[in-house]
Design a protein around this ligand. Structure first.
Ligand SMILES: Nc1ncnc2c1ncn2[C@@H]1O[C@H](COP(=O)(O)OP(=O)(O)O)[C@@H](O)[C@H]1O
Ligand SMILES: [Mg+2]
Length: 435
C-alpha cells in the first residue's frame, strides 16, 4: 500500500561523499578532536565489545549443540523417534537445528523481531521436541534473543508445557511414557512430577541466562544510542548558539557602532566647515579615519553573516555512530550548511525519528539515509529493508517531521508495503535566510 502525505517534485543530483556506519564513527571521532572526541570515540569500542560478547555466547551455544549431536550418535535416548524417523532423518533435523541456531544468534533483536527469525525459532522447537529434550534448553536460551519482554515469557509459557506433554503423549511400548525415561522405575505420578520439575527448572534457567544476556546487550545498545543522541544534540546546540551569537554581534555592530560612526562622520563634516587654520587638516584626517572605520564595520557585519553557516554533517555523523543495529549507511554532501538553523533542525529530527522508527517498527538489518543538496533544495531520503507496514498511520513522529518540513517551505512523503520496507522522502528549499 502506498501512502503519501504530501508530494512535490524531486530535486537534481548533488556532490556526495559516501560514509557507512564505521566511516561515520571515524568521522565523528575526527570531527570531535580534543576532550569532546574522547566521548565520541568510546562508542565504536562499546559496539565491538558487544559484538565480541555475542560471538562468545554464540560459540558456546553452537558447542552445546554439537555435544547434543555427539550424544545422540553415541547414545540415542529416544528409541521411538529413532525407530520412526531413522538415523539419517535425525541427523538432518539436527543439522537444520544447528543452521537455525547459527542464523538466529547472529544478532540480538529489538522490539520488532524479523519474522524469519521467529519462524526459525518455531522450527527449532519442533525439531527439539522430535529429536532431543537437550535441544529444548538451547531453544529456551535463544528465545529471549529474538523475542523481547512479554513475548519471550509467553513463548516459555508455551514451550515448557509442550515439552512436558510431548513424551507423555508418546505411543506406549517404546519406553517413553514418562518424560524422563530414566525415572520409569518410580511410580508413574512421581516420575511425571519430577520430570515436570526437571523440565521447568532447566529450561527456566536457560531462559533466564539468555534473558540476562539479551537484556544487557539491548540496554548497552540503548545507552550507546542515547549517548550519541546527546552528543549530536550538543554539537547542534553549540553550532546553532554559535551562529545565533554571531548574528547578534553582527546586528549590534551594525546598529550601535555603525550608527555612531555614521553620526561621527556627519559631525566631523560640520566641524570641518567651522574650523580653520591647522585644525582643518586634523578634522579632515579624523573624517578619513571615521569613514575607514565605518567601511571596516560594514565589512565585518557582512562577513559575520556570510561565514561559517550552520553545518549539519558533524551532528548527523555523531548521531548515526551510536547505532550499530540496524547498520546505517549514511550518504552526505561535502557540506550541509544552513543559514537558517531551523532547516538543519528539521533534517536532524527527521533522521533521528527515522532511526527510532526503524528500530521500533521495522526489524530491519539496514537503514539507508541519503541527503542530497541541489541548487534549489535539500532532500532527505530514508529507506530500510525491514518488514514494512500495510497501512501506516502517521503518529506524533511522522506528523512532527511533516510539520517541520512544511514550516520550512518543504514537504514530506512516505511509502511502505508489507515485506518491502519503509521509505521516506522529505525536502526543503536550499536557500534559507538567516533568522
Ligand atoms: N521503519 C518503519 N517500518 C515499519 N513501519 C513503520 C516504520 N516507521 C513508521 N512505521 C509505521 O508508521 C507509524 C507511525 O510512525 P510515527 O509517526 O513515528 O509514530 P510512532 O513511532 O509513535 O508509532 C508507526 O506506528 C508504524 O506503524
Ligand atoms: Mg516514531
Amino acid at each position: 500500500m502506498l501512502l503519501q502525505v504530501h508530494i512535490g517534485p524531486f530535486g537534481g543530483g548533488a556532490t556526495r561523499s559516501r560514509l557507512d556506519s564505521e566511516g561515520a564513527a571515524a568521522a565523528a571521532r575526527e570531527a570531535s578532536a580534543g576532550p569532546r572526541g574522547a566521548r565520541a570515540a568510546r562508542e565504536p569500542h562499546s559496539a565491538s565489545r558487544r559484538r565480541a560478547s555475542l560471538a562468545v555466547f554464540r560459540a558456546a551455544a553452537i558447542t552445546a549443540w554439537g555435544i547434543v549431536g555427539g550424544q545422540m550418535i553415541l547414545a540415542p535416548d529416544a528409541p521411538l523417534y529413532r525407530a520412526l524417523l531413522g538415523g539419517p532423518a535425525i541427523s538432518v533435523l539436527h543439522l537444520a537445528f544447528g543452521a537455525a541456531l547459527w542464523a538466529n544468534t547472529r544478532r540480538i533483536q529489538g522490539p520488532s523481531p524479523a519474522r524469519a527469525s521467529v519462524a526459525l525459532l518455531v522450527l527449532q522447537l519442533a525439531i527439539a521436541l522430535l529429536v532431543s529434550p537437550d535441544l529444548l534448553l538451547l531453544v529456551a536460551l535463544e528465545a529471549p534473543l529474538i523475542l523481547t519482554g512479554r513475548a519471550s515469557l509467553l513463548w516459555m509459557a508455551v514451550q515448557v508445557p509442550v515439552s512436558v506433554a510431548r513424551p507423555l503423549a508418546a505411543v506406549a511400548g517404546y519406553g517413553v511414557f514418562v518424560p524422563i525415561p530414566a525415572l520409569h522405575h518410580l511410580p508413574y505420578g512421581e516420575a511425571v512430577a519430577i520430570s515436570i520439575l526437571w523440565f521447568t527448572v532447566w529450561q527456566g534457567l536457560a531462559f533466564a541466562g539468555g534473558h540476562l544476556a539479551a537484556t544487557q546487550y539491548r540496554d548497552a545498545q540503548e545507552l550507546a544510542r542515547a549517548n550519541a543522541e546527546l552528543l549530536a544534540t550538543r554539537h547542534l546546540l553549540a553550532d546553532s548558539s554559535f551562529l545565533a551569537e554571531r548574528l547578534r554581534i553582527s546586528r549590534d555592530l551594525h546598529d550601535a557602532v555603525g550608527h555612531h560612526l555614521a553620526a561621527l562622520s556627519v559631525n566631523l563634516e560640520l566641524a570641518r566647515v567651522h574650523v580653520n587654520g591647522r585644525a582643518v587638516e586634523a578634522v579632515r584626517e579624523a573624517q578619513g579615519v571615521a569613514k575607514a572605520l565605518l567601511a571596516d564595520v560594514r565589512e565585518m557585519v557582512s562577513r559575520l553573516r556570510r561565514d561559517r553557516p550552520f553545518d549539519l554533517c558533524r551532528a548527523l555523523e555523531t548521531l548515526v555512530a551510536g547505532t550499530s543495529d540496524p547498520e546505517i549507511h549514511l550518504a552526505l554532501p561535502e557540506t550541509l550548511e544552513f543559514a537558517n538553523p531551523a532547516h538543519g533542525h528539521a533534517i536532524f529530527r527527521c533522521v533521528q525519528e527515522s532511526i527510532t522508527n526503524t528500530m521500533r517498527h521495522a526489524g530491519a538489518r539496514n537503514l539507508w539515509i541519503d541527503i542530497r543538496r541541489a541548487p534549489e533544495r535539500v532532500e532527505v531520503r530514508v529507506r530500510d529493508d525491514g518488514r514494512g507496514a500495510d497501512d501506516p498511520t502517521p503518529g506524533n513522529g511522522i506528523t512532527g517531521m511533516a510539520e517541520r518540513f512544511a514550516d520550512a517551505g518543504g514537504g514530506l512523503e512516505f511509502e511502505s508495503a508489507p515485506g518491502r520496507g519503509f521509505s521516506l522522502r522529505a525536502w526543503l528549499p536550499a536557500g534559507g535566510k538567516a533568522a
